[in-house]
Every structure is written in C-alpha cells, then in structure tokens.
Design a protein around this ligand. Structure first.
Ligand code: ADP
Ligand code: ZN
Length: 434
C-alpha cells in the first residue's frame, strides 16, 4: 500500500490496545464534562445512580444512559450544550421530518475535527491535493455539504460547492474544471447517470471523474453498481449523521468493502433496538454511538436507529478501526404490510438487479393495506411490445414476492415520470386508510 493513502497513518493504524486506552481516557473526559455542565446528563446520572468515577473501563459504558433524538428535540435549542454559547462556532440542524429540528452546535475544535475525519476518509481512497472535488450535497443547515467541503479543503483539493440538482450545470462544471470526485446521494447519483445517458455524455470519455462518495441515505450493492456504470466511477459508501459531526464518521477505504468507523472519535455499540442489550459479535442491530472528542455537544450512547453490523475480520488496508457493514435501513424505516415486516431496501435490491428497469422508484401504500411498487423503465429498455411489458411486470411481482413474502402490484412507468428529489429521496408514500 503506498504511503500517500493515509492522512494520519499513526492514528489510523494504531494497535487495538493503544486505541482502547485512548478511547477510555477520552470517554472518562467526556463523562466528566457532561456531568459538570449538561443538566440533562446530570439528571440522568442521578436517576441511574452513576458517577463519572464509576467509569473505569470501556465495559462500564453500559452503566451510562442512552440519548435519543427525542432528548435532543426536548432540549432544543441549546439545552445540550457543554460549553458556553460564546465558545460555539457553527450551528447545524438535522433535517428531521416533523416539528422542531435537532440543533447541533460545533466549537472551533469540533469544526476542525469533523474536517480532519473527512480528510482521512477521502485520502484512504487515494484522493490527493491534485484532485478536484464537486460537492453535490445540499448546502445550508445540513452537515452533508459543509463538513465534506472543509475536509476536501484540508486535503488541499480544489472544491466546487455546486450543491445538488441543475444537472446541465453539473456536467458543464465537471467538464470545465476536470472534476475528479463528487459527493452525492444515491438517488441523485442514479438520476445523474440517467441524465448523462440521455444527453450522450460518455463519462469515461468526456469527463475526468474517478470516484463518487455516496451516502446520506441507505442503498444497495445493486445501486452502487448502477451508479458506478452510469457515472464511470468507483463508488465509496459514506456514512454519517449530524448528531455526530455529519459525514466522515465511517467511510469505505480503497477496498470498497465495509466502512471504517473512526474509533478514536467514536465508541460504538450494536444493540437490539427492542431490548437495548448488545447483540452477539458480528450480528445486526442498531448502531449506538458515543462521541469521544466533541466539545460543544458531546453525546453519550446516542441511538442512531440505523441498522448495521460490525465486520469481524481485519481489513487488507492495515487500518485498525473496525468496519461497519452497509446500513440496511433505519429501525423506524420498517413497513408492516399485511402483517409482514418489510424494509424498503429489500424492494430496491430486486428492482435494481433487474435489467430493463430504470433508476427511480416509489413504494405506495394505499387503501386498506395494498402495496404498489411504481418503477420507471430504463431509457433504452422498452421495445414498444406490450406483451414484453406485461412479462416484465409479472416477473417483477414474482421476484418481489420471493423477497418480501407478499405480492405487490407493480406499475411500470415511462422514464422520468416519477418525482426526483435533490436531497434525500422519499421512497415510501403511505396513504393507507387503516
Ligand atoms: P436526518 O436524521 O434528519 O436524516 P442527517 O442528515 O444527519 O439527518 O442524516 C443521517 C442519517 O442518514 C443517518 O442516521 C442514516 O440513517 C442516513 N445515512 C447517512 N449515510 C448513510 C449511508 N451511507 N447508508 C445508509 N444510510 C445513511
Ligand atoms: Zn480498509
């Protein structure tokens, strides 16, 4: 492995014993700070009868309280701050769905750490200061764009803050400034691939694009492959959440096989979302994270609701920070249709593996408990023969039944007929009257 694939080789390859010592020291420091300064944690500690000095090993983590997104909302706007407002530098919010957003404060050190972790994440795929970064995430209150923006600047890349959408302009920018890597959502990635195809842009011939960091929403290996083919790039899965800095928490290295989570900054647990107990090693469950370096708003045992598992075997890249498997969805993403538990990802996997099917889809729940999967046909996928359409339709319905155990209606639509979202895609519309 060439040395320039590391941003901070010492910390990225620190042996596990030293890494765990560092984690314990940072955990103890974090617990001391929140116990001294955050009324929410003072109250929780009192309820649980736990004192900062009780945390003598990493295993003692389980004595600490969970923090949930409801706790953040209840303490909106500034109830979770562990520093004075004068010492905060930046405010982000998390998109949220309804009601008040979650307010997330960053100190100067927090802003710098977030950029540092993004720099590590980019460099481990081979990014250097010679690269040109076109950021297609939404700028604004979200962490998604700004945090990676600062990370790429730290590496020394030329950064083009394009934001999402306006694909014609994206292509112009990519051509004029020889963009080599981009950061975008899987839904926009699929859309952009269709756009290039439609406009006769052959990415490997017409663009300098090499890599795409794709994240902010769950997607499948099939979608990764579609984006790789459509954009002529390597796609690296990129995970983050605003409560823990935003992007740069866990990204894939050049192996493209599982996301290294930066364990010098975050302590991770995988729990059973129902019981809160840890699952067996390597088993799927909800990711719970404790921040180890955040100054302005440290969070203990934060319930991400994201379902994943820890990879047990070490990575060929020599990094000692463990890898997370692809996030398969959120624990609250699960649909229950006719008594069956279904994750939207299962449906996506079937659709994206099917030739003739395009890149945009929507799951509509209607009536008393009916599911319709609406999916666009591929640009070049339809020869005008109705019987071919009907065959594809019933084939898809069968494939879906094998995967999700109920047989949905399948509706095939002309390319471009479903709404396109610039930020996170809305894949499920639930209008059931139950
Ligand atoms: P919100 O919770 O309002 O969507 P964020 O913008 O912080 O706020 O989004 C973080 C969430 O996005 C994560 O908790 C996770 O559910 C999802 N996410 C981010 N990256 C990925 C990824 N690579 N794979 C799957 N889901 C992801
Ligand atoms: Zn690796």
């Amino acid at each position: 492995m060439p040395l320039n694939m590391f941003w901070d080789q010492k910390i990225e390859t620190l042996d596990r014993a030293a890494l765990e010592r560092l984690q314990l020291q940072r955990l103890q420091d974090t617990v001391q700070r929140v116990a001294a300064r955050v009324p929410f944690y003072q109250q929780k500690f009192a309820e649980l009868g736990v004192k900062p000095d009780d945390i003598r090993s990493l295993a003692n983590l389980r004595r600490l309280p969970f923090t949930t997104s409801a706790d953040l909302r209840a303490n909106y706007p500034a109830g979770m701050l562990a520093v004075s407002l004068d010492d905060t530098l930046r405010l982000h919010t998390s998109s949220g769905t309804t009601g008040k957003p979650k307010a997330l404060f960053f100190s100067r050190q927090d802003v710098d750490n977030a950029a540092e972790l993004c720099a590590r994440s980019f460099v481990m795929t081979g990014v250097t200061k010679k690269d040109v970064f076109q950021n297609m995430m939404t700028y604004g209150m979200f962490t998604g764009a700004l945090v990676t923006h600062y990370g790429a600047e730290k590496v020394g890349c030329l950064v083009i803050p394009a934001g999402p959408g306006n694909s014609e302009r994206q292509v112009m920018l990519m051509q004029d400034f020889r963009t080599t890597f981009i950061h975008l959502t899987p839904s926009y990635g699929l859309y952009l691939a269709t756009f290039l195809e439609k406009h006769g842009v052959e990415p490997r011939r017409d663009l300098a694009l090499r890599k795409a960091f794709v994240g902010a929403e769950a997607y499948t290996e099939e979608t990764r492959r579609k984006i790789e083919e459509g954009l002529g790039v390597d796609v690296y899965n990129s995970y983050g959440l605003s409560e823990m800095n935003g992007p740069g928490i866990a990204f894939e290295c050049e192996q493209k096989h599982g996301m290294h989570i930066w364990e010098d900054h975050f302590l991770i647990e995988i729990i059973d979302p129902q019981t809160g107990d840890p699952v067996a090693d390597g088993q799927p469950g909800e990711l719970v994270m404790t921040s180890l370096c955040r100054e302005a708003m440290p969070l203990l045992r934060y319930r991400t609701r994201d379902i994943t598992s820890i990879m047990l075997e070490p990575c060929a890249c020599d990094r000692t920070h463990r890898r997370l498997n692809r996030i398969t969805g959120r624990s609250d993403d699960m649909l229950i249709v006719r008594g069956v538990n279904i994750y939207p990802q299962q449906i996506e996997r079937v659709l994206m593996a099917q030739s003739g099917v395009g890149r945009n889809y929507l799951i509509a729940l209607e009536g008393l408990d009916e599911m319709t999967v609406k999916v666009e046909l591929a640009e070049a996928g339809f020869d005008g023969q109705v019987e071919h359409l009907m065959k594809l339709q019933s084939h898809l319905a069968e494939k879906l039944r094998a995967e999700i155990l109920i047989k949905p209606q399948v509706e095939l639509l002309p390319p471009g007929s479903l709404p396109v979202s610039e930020g996170k895609a809305k894949r499920v519309v639930d209008n059931r009257k139950m």
